[in-house]
Ligand binder design. Structure first.
Ligand code: AMP
Ligand code: TRP
Length: 333
């Protein structure tokens, strides 16, 4: 069945292998499936829920766009734009904020993680961010939303908001209830330094992640330094218990080789870590270095990137402003 796809990535710098495997690789696969209509958004309004330096933000918007393009998202097939160029997102977000309940937002675990110990000091934007994310999705009647595991709860909230709007305003099926598309395998890529922590843009250690802008030498060096243990490579899945770092590295290898974990376990069973790491580093470099070279290339031509975003925004605006108009009519404005 043809799908209407919407997804977003924050332009907060340091896009990494977790973003690629958990999200962007899927964006490309979905774009290339016959009949799908895809919209990929650089969610700059989401980024400012945490403080951003204006000049760095501007660069990050272009860099995230370049990463989309370099990974294979094609502006002739998919709509690519940045959120702040389409006013309907902010407008829709206000209206949906009057539908969402405080109790629902209070359950969001990502807010608790990001706000940390002192919730009183978190921005109000950070608290209501899942409402903006709901507007992003619902304004385009998206049927499917590809995201990593960490966004599942936010997606459930958008489903709740859509259903409550439809029932409160007596408009059955008006807002489409979106389905999450979360990869069954390898949906959480972990830090190279601690297999119990997610690979993350905000980890202070650059050695914890492979950035999409890393060179081949950097990639090889980071994999060489990745945490492992002293036991030989496992020969069965049970051998991965309590070995999150080894499981993560085998997961990365499997995902980039498009094969299941069992096959990778067989391939490296009993081998020593240095041999496995050398092969893994080659595999990661083979996938990521062409992307990183293309990002550097694209960033030399800022006008081209800005043009892609502007043209994408024009197309997005037609759809989103039409939906907001309909929403306003239903509400009684
Ligand atoms: P963010 O960088 O938080 O804007 O995330 C962009 C997309 O990448 C979202 O769909 C996330 O779920 C996904 N993502 C972020 N970190 C990881 C990770 N360590 N493993 C898998 N997916 C991730
Ligand atoms: N909140 C998502 C993240 O941090 C990004 C995002 C914003 C998004 N709007 C979205 C993802 C809509 C999917 C659909 O990763």
């Amino acid at each position: 069945m043809a799908k209407k796809i919407f997804s977003g990535v924050q332009p907060s710098g340091n896009l990494h292998l977790g973003n690629y495997i958990g999200a962007i690789k899927n964006f490309v696969d979905l774009q290339n499936q016959e009949g799908n209509q895809c919209i990929y958004c650089v969610v700059d309004l989401h980024a400012i829920t945490l403080r951003q330096d204006p000049n760095i933000l501007k660069n990050n918007i272009r860099e995230t766009t370049a990463a989309f393009l370099a990974s294979g998202i094609n502006p002739k097939k998919s709509i690519i734009f940045n959120q702040s160029l389409v006013p309907a997102h902010a407008e829709g977000s206000w209206i949906l904020g009057c539908v969402a309940r405080m109790g629902w937002l209070n359950r969001m675990t990502q807010f608790k993680e990001k706000a940390g110990k002192d919730k009183e000091k978190a921005s109000v934007g950070l608290y209501i961010y899942p409402i903006l994310m709901s507007a992003d999705i619902l304004l385009y009647d998206a049927t499917h939303v590809p995201v990593g595991e960490d966004q599942k709860q936010h997606l459930e909230l958008s489903r709740d908001i859509a259903q409550k709007f439809n029932s409160d305003l007596n408009s059955p099926d008006f807002l489409k209830v979106p389905e999450p598309l979360i990869q069954r395998n390898f949906s959480r890529i972990m830090s190279l330094k601690d297999g119990t922590k997610k690979m993350s843009k905000s980890d202070p250690s650059d050695l914890s992640r492979i950035n999409l802008t890393d060179t081949k030498d950097q990639i090889i060096n980071k994999i060489k330094k990745a945490k492992t243990d002293t036991i030989p490579m496992p020969s069965a899945k049970e051998g991965l218990k309590k070995r999150p770092e080894v499981e993560n590295l085998l997961g990365i290898f499997s995902s980039l080789s498009n094969q299941n974990l069992e096959k990778s376990i067989d391939e490296f069973s009993g081998k020593n870590f240095s041999d496995f790491k050398a092969i893994l580093a080659e595999k990661v470099a083979e996938k990521i270095s062409p992307i990183s070279k293309e990002i550097v290339n694209l960033l030399k031509n800022k006008d081209y990137i800005d043009k892609v975003l502007m043209e994408g925004a024009e197309k997005a605006n037609i759809q989103a402003s039409k939906k907001v108009k309909e929403i306003k009519k239903i509400i009684g404005f």
